[in-house]
Design a protein around this ligand. Structure first.
Ligand code: SF4
Length: 507
């Protein structure tokens, strides 16, 4: 467990054309401890956009609140009122940053928002989003979910062309490409810029009077469009990484932004163009396995439905006699329900998650250092004692957390512990916006399933097959998924991300 001195700054109002004063910055030092010795793969980012609402900042806030699971490191909201563009971002949770006072400093009927876990660039406030750039094409704010993979080449050629980067975030490359595009109109410059970047991006952008939303040509990350019907005026158009945000906004889901599509919303309505065609779809299957909320519909399918099918498939592929099916909460719950129903074995919440363990845990004393997983999960002894238990989890990354959970269940009196995983063995890192350890730290890249079973001390271990996972996530038979972290077959032509290139990755 690492312990380090952490310095944080919360609440920064960028200098805006409103001439508003900066928020007082609060700086503190404290010893921060990560309670997740072997954390799950880190969420990527969540984006929202709102056009045509008198309190757009609050709508964006609500949308981000619903997307908090996609990133808890920093958050930001930029608003525009037709003339000016304000932007506030800070470190921490959405509800910590955006108080009433802060929201009051964000006027306008348009907003974009972002909640972030960093995958490239460092995690400082500097790289929090939205990023606002005053370019030759005017003020542009951008919020990006995903990861570009041809950063090095683009950044170098842009710097040679005179670009001055404010951040180390890959998202700024898109704005700099727009600023340096020779296209005559803004929408052409955006299309031109997007066609030059390779990798994963679902983005929302805003100028003083327009909102743009776009997805990369392979559609790695989700992005949906919704509508709030207003009886006394034009509809409010909203975009969000996941449809669960629409529920809080009381917006109707309208459709997904298509891979390679650029949507523009102005006072005159919604227009769209396909800036790239002919790429095979590669939507991230791990969104269905773990990232997205079960109450979201992504890539045309309810996440709940996919996870239920994963559990059923696991039961068919690797069923074992047992007394109870127990999920590792929260992400394993839906798959465990499917498994239990298919196998006709009782489902029990044999592990309880403490929802009040934050992203960090401030250690009062040294002796709690070994708490690790026990801070987050606790066994329900009377449900586990003397039982043959099937544990359902969504992934094994390094294996150390799985071993602790298996030990915990056995320590609570379980007679047998059988671990079932609702994705195939993770053998390769992700370059498209998911923070994966390098190949040498991925247990499945270095050990056989039997060796992993021995390491985690389970009585049996089985993963869902790749075919089974694809079947579980493909309701309409048309969706094509990226499965590179299970196969090593990357859908983009090249990977050029020096910052995150794992030493041992064999790509
Ligand atoms: Fe998703 Fe894995 Fe592909 Fe990354 S490599 S986009 S996590 S499926």
């Amino acid at each position: 467990m690492t312990q380090r001195l952490f310095q944080g700054v919360i609440g920064e109002l960028e200098e805006t054309s409103l001439g508003a004063p900066g928020l007082a910055s609060e700086t503190w030092d404290f010893f921060q401890t990560n309670p997740n010795e072997d954390p799950k793969l880190k969420e990527e980012c969540g984006v929202v956009a709102v056009h045509g609402h008198p309190d757009a900042a609050r709508e964006a806030y609500l949308g981000l609140y619903a997307l908090q699971h996609r990133g808890q490191e920093s958050a930001g909201i930029a608003t525009a009122d037709g003339q000016h563009l304000a932007n506030i971002k800070g470190m921490g949770l959405v509800s910590e940053i955006f108080t009433e006072d802060v929201l009051a400093k964000l006027p306008g009927s348009m907003a974009i928002g972002h909640t972030r876990y960093s995958t490239t660039g460092d995690s400082a406030l500097l790289n929090a989003q939205p990023i606002r750039v005053d370019s030759t094409k005017g003020l542009i704010a951008i919020a990006h979910n995903g990861n570009l993979v041809n950063l090095g080449n683009l950044r170098t050629s842009l710097e040679r062309a005179g670009a001055y980067f404010q951040t180390t975030s890959d998202s700024e490359i898109i704005v700099q490409l727009i600023a340096h595009s020779s296209a005559s109109s803004l929408v052409d410059a955006i299309a031109d810029s997007l066609s030059q970047v390779e990798g994963a991006f679902s983005i929302v952008m805003m100028t003083r009077d327009r909102i743009f939303a776009a997805r990369d040509p392979r559609g790695f990350r989700p992005l949906s469009m919704g509508r709030i019907r207003n009886s006394d005026g034009p509809d409010t158009i909203v975009f969000a990484s996941e449809t669960c945000a629409f529920d809080l906004l009381r917006a109707e889901y309208e459709r997904d932004v298509l891979p390679g599509e650029l949507v523009m919303v102005t006072e005159d309505g919604v227009t769209s163009r396909q800036y790239a065609t002919g790429y095979p779809q590669s939507s991230c299957i791990f969104e269905h396995v773990y990232f997205a909320r079960p109450d979201s519909r992504i890539f045309g399918r309810w996440v709940q439905e996919s996870r239920d099918q994963m559990g059923r498939q696991l039961a068919r592929e690797s069923g074992v006699p047992a007394d109870v099916v127990v999920p590792v909460p929260d992400s394993g719950v839906t798959a465990a329900l499917g498994y239990a129903e298919e196998a006709r074995i009782p489902f029990r919440m044999g592990l309880i998650r403490n929802h009040y363990v934050g992203r960090t845990f401030i250690e009062p004393e040294q002796r709690v250092r070994d708490f690790g997983v026990r801070l987050k999960l606790n066994p329900v002894h009377n449900l586990l004692e003397g039982k043959r238990v099937i544990l359902i989890d969504d992934s094994i990354i390094r294996g150390t957390t799985s071993r602790k959970i298996v030990r915990m269940v056995r320590g609570a009196g379980a007679k047998e512990v059988h671990l079932r995983i609702s994705c195939p063995p993770t053998i390769s890192p992700c370059f498209y916006g998911v923070d994966t350890p390098s190949k040498r730290d991925l247990i499945a890249a270095n050990k056989s399933v039997e060796e992993i079973r021995q390491f985690i001390e389970a009585d049996s271990l089985a993963y869902i097959s790749l075919e089974g996972l694809l079947k579980s996530c493909d309701g309409n038979g048309h969706t094509r998924y990226c499965t590179a972290c299970y196969t090593g077959n990357y859908p983009t032509q090249w990977v050029d991300v020096e910052d995150i290139l794992p030493a041992a990755a064999a790509i």
